[in-house]
Design a protein around this ligand. Structure first.
Ligand code: DQA
Length: 148
């Protein structure tokens, strides 16, 4: 079973980017923790982590996930959360179970971060727990898929 972890724009800058909001953990460290978290699950859970600053590349990766038979997606769409109908439509098109993650508590921040185009399609949204949120999202997804 394969899970796809998608990181949107500017998340490659984690560790450097506004550490007071997003913490000091790098994206590589977060990805390593996700892979370690999935290690030893039964049945085997394969994880691929992908980051892009480009909306089109993220949409292409979601379409490819459908053709690959990916079982579930965890996505932090970054700023595209609040703007992208196209990313929302890609998730709707493939109908792969998806969990939305945000490192920060977007609901406690600026008004424009309160709305998500992705949330109505997601199994759920996890926000405000930093990198731990990805592990919570994976557990939620695996529970939904009846694994682990
Ligand atoms: C974010 C929250 C978004 O509002 C912001 O644009 C990001 C990161 C988060 O993980 O907290 O890029 O998705």
């Amino acid at each position: 079973m394969k899970l796809l972890i998608l990181h949107g724009p500017n998340l490659n800058m984690l560790g450097v980017r506004e550490p007071g909001i997003y913490g000091t953990e790098s994206l590589a460290a977060i990805n390593a923790a996700i892979v370690a978290h999935c290690h030893g699950k039964e049945p085997v859970v394969e994880v691929e982590c992908y980051q892009s600053n480009s909306e089109g590349a993220l949409i292409d990766r979601i379409h490819r996930a459908y053709h690959e038979g990916v079982a579930g997606i965890v996505i932090n769409p970054g700023g595209l959360t609040h703007t992208s109908v196209a990313l929302r439509d890609a998730i709707a098109a493939v109908a792969v179970p998806t969990v939305e993650v945000h490192l920060s508590n977007v609901h406690a921040r600026e008004q424009f971060r309160h709305h998500s185009y992705i949330a109505p399609l997601a199994l759920g949204q996890i926000a405000g727990f930093g990198g731990l949120g990805y592990l919570m999202a994976v557990d939620g997804l695996l529970h939904h898929l009846r694994v682990g």
